[in-house]
Design a protein around this ligand. Structure first.
Ligand code: KDG
Ligand code: MG
Length: 402
């Protein structure tokens, strides 16, 4: 059996997605997500110019060998462009293998460890009262876990405040828009938000919050401590994690559970955080951290240290990643939670899929493979449009972490 062809499909049904489709000489095909928000075309080139020529003629059943070939064989290891490309190949090959076996992907991984995947949705508002109402709306929709992000008095474009009601979509302009950040105003506000949320809705639902890399370790420790009465499910990306040791300081000051890892590419980004038990949830995803093959390795390592999974699932991860993630989630023994930001109807039409939402849980379907396809005729209706993530500056003009 051989890989006969592979092609990259770029489409923009409201936002950009990059998809790899690998076809075998027996007519079976698989697809993988390669979307890297704001840097999409770099992965297109990496795949078209440097990966696809090496794939043609290879045996698609040898997933591990192909993974090692692309990772070790590339010499230049790791990084988001390389690893998003490897992820797309890996996801497409697992899709092919599961289709050939006539099994949903989770069966190939070892079968279901649970019946359903608990997801968290995004409640966003321009101010405290709108955010409180939004959380109520998510409770009414059946969610058991809700992330709350709010506009902060005095900060015009706080992270997480959406343009519309459907979801928070961060890539907002053809060149990066500039936002102004003020940590003091944010730190004064966030405990008030969670105080109001618990006061209004009680303690039956899981609440989450994303600090989006904005704080220093000592600020993060202080915020975590002040949020303890509100029993968050997690505080996410409290401080940038290039320096994994920085989390020691946060841990010394708070028992609020910590989550990190949506921008991580390999186990090496998370190794110290996990083995020193500095985090509670690892947020690596199928598309960013080397596909099913590598994500499984990270999860198994994390299990030793009682760290659970909480994969990234924003709208810039295509339904292909969401479908593959759900098969992974329903299998992985140390599952924690899955992020779920709903896609638009246009996106869902480009990527027909069989996963379903019910009462706060997502369910992968039973179709052989990962259960997500691409409609190339629909995809062709939406040509690529440049779109960047915003950048953040402090009030004095210094660059900050967006
Ligand atoms: O592309 C960047 C987004 O995926 C990210 O900003 C969303 O932080 C995010 C989250 O937790 O979903
Ligand atoms: Mg995040």
């Amino acid at each position: 059996m051989k890989i006969e062809s592979a092609k990259v499909i770029v489409t923009c049904p409201g936002r950009n997605f990059v998809t790899l489709k690998i076809t075998t000489d027996q007519g079976v095909y698989g697809i993988g997500d390669a979307t890297l928000n704001g840097r999409e075309l770099s992965v297109v080139s990496y795949l078209e110019d440097h990966v696809i020529p090496c794939l043609i003629g290879k045996d698609p059943r040898r997933i591990e060998d192909i993974w090692q070939y692309l990772y070790r064989g590339g010499y230049w290891r790791r990084g988001p462009v390389t690893m998003s490309a490897i992820s797309a190949v890996d996801t497409a090959l697992w899709d092919i293998k599961a289709k050939m076996a006539g099994m949903p992907l989770y069966d190939l991984l070892g079968g279901k460890s649970r019946e359903a995947v608990m997801v968290y949705g995004h409640a966003n508002g321009i101010d405290l009262s709108e955010t409180v109402d939004e959380v109520g709306r998510y409770i009414d929709m059946g969610y058991r876990a809700i992330r709350a992000q709010s506009g902060v008095p005095g900060i015009k474009d706080a992270y997480g405040v959406g343009r519309g009601k459907m979801y928070y979509e961060p890539a907002d302009a053809a060149l990066p828009s500039e936002t102004v950040w003020d940590t003091r105003k944010y730190l004064n506000f966030v405990p008030k938000l969670f105080d109001k949320l618990r006061d209004t809705y009680g303690f039956d639902h899981h609440l989450l919050h994303d600090a989006h890399h904005r704080l220093t370790p000592i600020e993060a420790g202080s915020l975590g401590h002040r949020l303890e009465p509100y029993q968050l499910f997690w505080l996410e990306d409290a401080t940038p994690a290039e320096n994994q040791e920085a989390f020691k300081l946060i841990r010394q000051h708070t028992t609020t559970p910590l989550a990190v890892g949506e921008i991580f590419n390999t186990i090496w980004d998370a190794k110290d955080l996990i083995q020193n038990q500095l985090i509670d949830y690892i947020r690596t995803t199928v598309v960013r951290a080397g596909g099913i093959t590598h994500l499984r390795r990270i999860a198994d390592f994390a299990a030793i240290w009682q760290v659970r999974t909480g994969s990234h699932g924003a709208t810039d991860l295509s339904p292909v990643t969401m479908g593959a993630a759900l098969h992974f989630d329903v299998w992985v023994p140390n599952f924690g939670i899955q992020e779920y930001m709903r896609h638009t109807p246009e996106t869902d039409a480009v990527f027909p899929h069989d996963y379903t939402f019910d009462k706060g849980f997502l369910y992968p379907g039973e179709t052989p493979g990962h259960g997500v396809d691409i409609d190339e005729v629909e995809a062709a209706k939406y040509p690529y449009k440049p779109a960047y993530l915003p950048v953040a500056r402090l009030e004095d003009g210094s660059m900050w972490n967006w």
